[in-house]
Design a protein around this ligand. Structure first.
Ligand code: FO1
Length: 325
């Protein structure tokens, strides 16, 4: 059991897997009287139909509020598509990108607030004030740094959402880019949360297009490097394959082996200029523990499948144990 009363934990996360993990972590910390701040990837964000969408922020918001469509992994449970069908009839937008009616409510609210002059962090604060999430959601940055997928040497590019939802990652990229990220800064509250944390966790999210943009915001990886708190990550790779999504394609493009040890090496040990002190690997990958340990990262073999709330909670407990909580 924990010796730290009311631990303050920061989670770096993308949307689908990250938000599932966050629910278990939130539940566990609530029982310990702790606090959770979630730094969300905003690389998946986009403008569509005149609206600002933040898919990972919204997945996190809906999951923590208990209104996420769990089977689909994104969007609102029980959503309908009356507006989407109208937009398709008008020939507006992307017919392959479904905007549910309830989900559209969030996009319209956010865009209204941005037009009124709120920054994205303030808009996210308003969105989350509707529910008692038991966590504080922070976008990684307030600068628009939407992920682009570069398809060839001539620089032809697609927005990440078009590459993923329309082409299902079948077009082989040459690289991913977040235009403007070098000039961006962490959003208000992000560095303060990291500096004040008792523990920092990296969710089982896509290492390249979810956690990658977070760590690429200037100052963020440095903040993890110098944080007083230990940092543990949960492998998104089990048995040499991503749990869901297209991390295998992203890792190949980045030249990172699609293995739990490959991702651990990509993040690197804090003692070696990287960001991890500890790495949770699946029982299926127990043989990789030695090569993770050889990187200077403590390997913890645990059941990683978040197939129900109890297993998700148990994984959160294991991650907290890995950072001494
Ligand atoms: N994912 C899909 O596979 N198809 C969709 O039509 C789709 C619509 C969508 C609308 C709003 C939103 O916030 C997310 C949406 N997603 C959709 C999920 C999203 O594309 C990705 O799964 C995440 O960005 C990856 O983290």
């Amino acid at each position: 059991m924990t010796s730290t009363p009311a631990p303050r934990v920061v989670l770096l996360a993308g949307g689908v897997g990250g938000s599932t993990f966050a629910t278990g972590l939130r539940d566990e910390l609530a029982e310990r009287g702790g606090e959770l701040a979630v730094v969300c990837n905003t690389g998946d964000d986009l403008w569509l139909n005149g609206l600002r969408l933040q898919p990972d922020v919204d997945s996190m918001l809906y999951a923590l509020a208990g209104v996420k469509d769990l089977a689909q992994g994104w969007g609102r449970a029980g959503d309908s598509r009356r507006v989407a069908d109208e937009l398709a009839a008008w020939g507006v937008g992307w017919e392959w990108f479904l905007l549910g009616d309830l989900d559209l409510g969030a996009h319209i609210a956010r865009t209204s607030w941005l037009r009124e002059g709120l920054n994205p962090t303030e808009a996210v604060a308003r969105l989350q004030s509707r529910w008692d999430l038991g966590a504080t959601l922070l976008p990684m940055t307030d600068t628009e740094v939407d992920t682009h997928v570069i398809l060839d040497a001539a620089g032809h590019r697609l927005h990440f959402q078009e590459w993923w939802t329309r082409h299902r990652a079948r077009l082989e990229p040459v690289r991913f880019e977040n235009p403007g990220i070098e000039a961006s800064a962490p959003a208000p509250g992000v560095l303060e949360a990291i500096a004040g944390a008792d523990a920092i966790l990296v969710a089982p999210s896509n290492p390249i297009v979810s956690i990658g943009p977070i760590l690429a915001v200037p100052g963020l990886a440095d903040a993890l490097q110098t944080a007083a708190a230990p940092v543990a990550g949960v492998s998104p790779i089990i048995g040499d394959a991503p749990v869901r999504g297209m991390a295998d394609v992203c890792l190949r493009v980045a030249g990172v082996p699609c293995t739990t040890a490959g991702v651990a090496a990509h993040y690197g040990a804090r003692g070696d200029g990287g960001v991890l002190d500890a790495w949770l690997i699946a029982e299926e990958d127990a043989k990789a523990a030695a090569s993770v340990a050889a990187l200077g990262i403590a390997a913890h073999v645990e059941p990683l499948w978040m197939t129900d709330a109890a297993r998700t909670r148990a994984l959160a407990v294991a991650a907290l144990r890995a950072v001494g909580l």
